[in-house]
Design a protein around this ligand. Structure first.
Ligand SMILES: [Zn+2]
Ligand SMILES: [Zn+2]
Length: 432
């Protein structure tokens, strides 16, 4: 299946001329066999000096074959053990990219892609994506999720110019990776609600077409969960299609707004390790729990709004003491304060918020119930319990309180700092 990317880049009723940087997307069995022909085609034949980037795991599952298909290419095999999208990983790769390189081929999953896209950006070399697992929606992302000097950062990078997703390869990835991809997509439920609410309250840019594209992506995944577990290759292709759609939605907007809200902020908070130790968990696994917590909180607040027990209070400024007390690790407090230099919550007017509470509750009601979400996640074999990734239930309320600070992006979780609940209606999430 080839995705016609042109349909995403036309002019739009949101008045934005959506830009798509990726030119070709192929998702099918043996897709990588099309590489030699593709590289001879008009667009790609100008690139003579090619470099394949993989790690020792992805070399075995795909890198070796890619190298055979384009024998005049060079290859870098990074050590998979301890490899992360961080300064060290970038340095490792940068040192191995010959000056004459004209095109990079990222063969791997999230980390290999983030490293390659960052190096591609700094050296102004285009790259082709060959995903080895349907594990994240960031393959066609224009930004790289990196840890820089110990801080989690979203760095400017580039999108691949082409994606060759070979279902014979990515369907054989460890199931844990696939489940992580399912979770990452289901996280759109809360991300989309956050986007809609922010638009309602601040007039933040919003595009119906992009919103619907993300919804299509999530629904596609819910449809194929059954077949994924039965190992049906078509279901894997559908999951990859949905992940790439979500990535294209981000390209259309120019940032991750349609795909990342409160549930992702929870994941980022845990990655900053202020409430927990280092986690051995995949991106989607953290998003999975972030989504369950967010859904539970949002539905509880929606109920409180419907029964009239929520009060809105004026907002003055960020609670510096709260941030200082929590983010005590080296440089974190400074990083969080810098991120919040322009405090997104000051854009919300208390009177306006008061008058729109019902509308907000209706948006929150559109998120499937926590039970439904847990059911799909469980059925798809995704992480649904804190303890599965070594987290304690005790950190849930602090997670709800602190996660909105990690990004300067308006979410309903952040807006809740302007809401007051009666003791009876205290919104808390008990053990999950
Ligand atoms: Zn639009
Ligand atoms: Zn994600």
């Amino acid at each position: 299946m080839d995705i016609d990317v042109k349909e995403f880049s036309e002019e739009c009723s949101c008045l934005k001329n959506h830009q798509i940087f990726v030119k070709d997307i192929m998702i099918e069995k043996d897709a990588i066999n099309r590489l030699p022909e593709l590289l001879q085609s008009e667009v790609y034949k100008k690139y003579q000096s090619l470099l394949i980037v993989c790690d020792d795991n992805t070399y075995e599952v795909a890198g070796r074959k890619v190298q055979k298909l384009i024998p005049n290419s060079k290859i870098v095999i990074l050590p998979a053990n301890g490899l992360h999208a961080d300064n060290r990983g970038v340095e490792l790769l940068l040192n191995k990219v010959p000056d004459e390189t004209e095109l990079l081929l990222a063969v791997g999953s999230g980390t290999i892609h983030d490293l390659t896209r960052y190096v591609a950006f700094t050296k102004t070399i285009p790259f082709i994506s060959i995903p080895t697992a349907a594990s994240v929606d960031g393959y066609v992302s224009t930004v790289a999720a990196m840890t820089w000097d110990g801080l989690k950062k979203t760095m400017t990078a580039v999108s691949p110019i082409c994606v060759i997703a070979d279902s014979n390869i990515f369907s054989k990835a460890p199931y844990r990776l696939t489940a992580s991809g399912v979770s990452d997509l289901l996280g759109k439920y809360s991300a989309l609600a956050d986007w809609k609410i922010a638009h309602l309250l601040t007039g933040e840019y919003f595009c119906d077409r992009v919103y619907n594209l993300e919804l299509v992506a999530v629904n596609k995944v819910c449809e194929c969960v059954d077949d994924l577990k039965n190992g049906k290759i078509e279901a894997y292709e559908q999951l990859m299609y949905a992940l790439l759609l979500s990535g294209l939605a981000m390209q259309m907007v120019g940032n991750s707004r349609p795909a990342s809200g409160a549930e992702h902020h929870i994941s980022h908070l845990w990655e900053s390790e202020v409430l927990n130790d280092t986690l051995d968990a995949l991106h989607g696994e953290k998003v999975s729990l972030g989504l369950i917590i967010t859904s539970e909180v949002y539905h509880k607040v929606a109920t409180c709004i419907h029964n009239g027990s929520v009060k809105v209070r004026e907002y003055k400024s960020i609670n510096i003491e709260e941030v200082k007390d929590a983010f005590t690790k080296n440089g974190l407090y400074e990083g969080i304060m810098k991120e919040n230099e322009s405090d997104v919550l000051t854009q919300v007017d208390a009177t306006d918020l008061r008058s729109k509470l019902e509308m907000i509750a209706n948006i929150l009601d559109e998120i499937p119930s926590t039970l439904q979400i847990q059911h799909i996640l469980t059925y798809a074999g995704c992480v649904t319990k804190m303890t599965e990734i070594g987290l304690s239930n005790n950190i849930i309320s602090d997670t709800i309180r602190l996660s909105p600070y990690v990004r300067s992006r308006l979410t309903f979780m952040r807006i809740m700092k302007m809401l007051e609940f009666t003791e009876y209606d205290k919104v808390e999430v008990l053990g999950i």
